[in-house]
Design a protein around this ligand. Sequence first.
Ligand SMILES: [Ca+2]
Ligand SMILES: [Ca+2]
Ligand SMILES: [Ca+2]
Length: 133
Amino acid sequence: MLLRNNSLVEEIQDSVASNISGGVTANDFNGDGRSDLALIRPVPGAWQWLIDTVPGPAAPPDGIPDIVRNYGVPGDFLFTGDYNGDGSTDIGFIRLGVGGLQWNIDTDLDGLADIIQNYGVFGDTPSALNRFP
Ligand SMILES: [Ca+2]
Ligand SMILES: [Ca+2]
Ligand SMILES: [Ca+2]
């Protein structure tokens, strides 16, 4: 499945890995207290999130994505965090538009934004994010 020879994908994977390693609950997309495996893959016209979560105290990740969502498009800033405080990591993107920075956060991982907020103007640097090419 992985495009191991694609330097862009490797760069993204490295970037995601570095981004999600910093927090206590970072990258726990199903809220079971354990970090999950996650990839962000470029697909035509979008960024595709592939998340491998395996619930249960003894089950390791099985290498098969349980959640696959297209969320964000090329040029967006992508980020993760727990923005609704439910203990599960959310996915998000920031889009630069005429009004400045628009934050879009999907808290239930259905590929649709649950939080949309304009915050910031062009030239601001949002915290805790990765920007992918
Ligand atoms: Ca988890
Ligand atoms: Ca959350
Ligand atoms: Ca949603």
